[in-house]
Design a protein around this ligand. Structure first.
Ligand code: HEC
Length: 433
């Protein structure tokens, strides 16, 4: 521990800088003489002591451990000091500032919605349709390959992705708690081992090992203290599920992945193992919403974290989960897109594309239903004609999903459109049988 130092003249000067506003347009709590636009004075602390203090006092929550996030999001010195003094004395806070200033990071606005596609949040569901399809309808001439060519990472949406740090709400990345020992120590300490290695190597492999170990530890039945246990065979499958804790643990892991990507400049899909932890955060919020827990912004967190994970790995998860959240937020055009964009991304011999078309029938606005379900059936026909059928044990459910999609759509449509869908449905069922 660095020795305690009482606030020096420099500290007083630094802290009083909080009320000095620099050139117009800068954040209110940045430093520097008024009006000159000069860079702030060099930090007065000891950067090496600050690095050590950061690991000890901040690195349990700021999971990269070296303060990368505070440098990347360009938090002003005064903000760092203000937050730091909740955990350390002011002298140490200044050391931490000095340390943060040694970190080389491309800086982003602190209000950045991390990984928000094209850095734009659209105003509405309708705007989304106009932006991606040029009209308020599912495009009748869109082919499966055409849809597959639309990269979800490059489609603007009206879903707000989380900001790094927001003090007033829980719609942000930063976990309010350190990751628990119960997760780090599980399975002979495999997560702790991988994490310690990661802090030394900063390699993608060690990151992936850490994430895998933590994802197993957070839900494993063998881990008596796992916060995210779901037991489909129990009377109450969520009896052991502690939503808030699960959400925090998964946010912690999520920040580790995000900082790795921001640090290395990787913005493309890397591995479902890594992106799924973002989806997992949304799933913790979904469970809280479903159970009507006292949990702030459950649906918003559910939708935005799942969409974030989905946009990097659209082949991965059942489209029903994200779709429900989007529809609850009044975004049925988004959920139709999610269902069908997932459908074309699915692997071979999967049951999922059959469920996707059913979900498209459920989620779509009535004016989209005919073309959306026609697309979904057309895609199933194309798969089946190429010999890509679901496995035998899933055939019955695939058929049922096709029947359901048709029935649900028929209730939304005029008879003339129903007749056309019926023909397509029969073609799918013929090929399936
Ligand atoms: C117990 C967990 C925890 C610890 C330990 C912790 N922080 Fe944080 N920090 C957070 C959370 C959570 C946020 C996000 C904002 C919020 O929810 O209050 C945050 C946000 C911040 C911010 C940004 C605030 C803003 O204006 O948005 C700074 C700067 C910061 N922390 C610095 C530090 C420093 C420096 C230390 C160590 C001296 C530290 N924190 C230790 C949890 C922690």
């Amino acid at each position: 521990m660095p020795p305690y130092r009482s606030p020096s003249a420099a500290v007083t000067q630094l802290l009083s800088g909080a009320i000095v506003i620099t050139a117009a347009g800068c954040a209110g709590d940045s430093l520097g003489p008024p009006g000159t636009g000069d860079p702030p004075p060099p930090p007065v602390g000891d950067a090496i002591a600050g690095a050590v203090a950061f690991v000890e006092n901040c690195g349990t929550c700021h999971a990269a451990q070296d303060g990368f996030d505070l440098a990347f999001f360009a938090f002003p010195d005064t903000t760092i000091v203000r937050r730091a003094v909740a955990h350390v004395d002011t002298g140490t806070a200044l050391d931490i500032v000095a340390h943060i200033r040694t970190i080389e990071a491309r800086s982003a606005e602190r209000t950045t919605r991390v990984f928000q596609p094209l850095e734009v949040v659209l105003g509405s569901d309708l705007e989304f349709a106009l932006d991606v399809f040029g009209a308020d309808r599912w495009p009748a001439d869109l082919t499966g390959d055409g849809l597959l060519a639309i990269d979800p990472r490059a489609v603007k949406v009206a879903v707000e992705f989380p900001i790094w740090s927001v003090e007033e709400t829980n719609i942000d990345w930063m976990p309010a708690k350190p990751i628990g020992d119960a997760l780090l120590d599980f399975d002979g300490g495999s997560a702790r081992f991988a994490l310690d290695r990661y802090y030394t190597t900063r390699s993608l492999d060690d990151l992936a090992r850490t994430v895998v170990a933590l994802r197993i530890a957070d839900r494993s039945f063998e881990n008596l203290d796992a916060p995210c246990i779901e037991d489909p065979n129990a009377d109450d499958p969520l009896a052991l599920f502690r939503a808030e804790e699960c959400f925090e643990a998964r946010r912690w892991t999520s920040t580790l992945v995000a900082q790795h990507m921001l640090r290395t400049g990787l913005e493309m899909p890397i591995s479902p193992v890594l992106h799924d932890v973002w989806w997992d955060v949304g799933n913790a919020a979904r469970r809280a919403a479903q159970r009507r827990d006292d949990f702030d912004n459950a649906v918003e967190n559910w939708a935005s974290w799942m969409y974030l994970g989905w946009s990097f790995a659209p082949q991965q998860h059942a489209s029903v989960y994200l779709g429900i959240a989007l529809n609850e937020l009044g975004l049925p055009r988004h959920s139709t897109f999610v269902a069908l964009r997932s459908q074309v991304a699915r692997g071979r011999r999967s049951l999922a594309p059959y469920r996707d078309v059913r979900n498209a029938a459920i989620f779509s606005p009535a004016t989209w239903t005919r073309d959306a379900v026609r697309f979904g059936f057309g895609h199933l026909i194309a798969r089946l004609e190429e010999g890509d059928a679901p496995r035998d044990e899933a055939l019955a459910e695939a058929e049922q999903s096709v029947e359901d999609a048709y029935e649900i759509a028929a209730r939304k449509l005029f008879q003339i459109d129903v007749d056309e869908l019926q023909e397509l449905r029969d073609r799918v069922l013929d090929l399936l049988r």
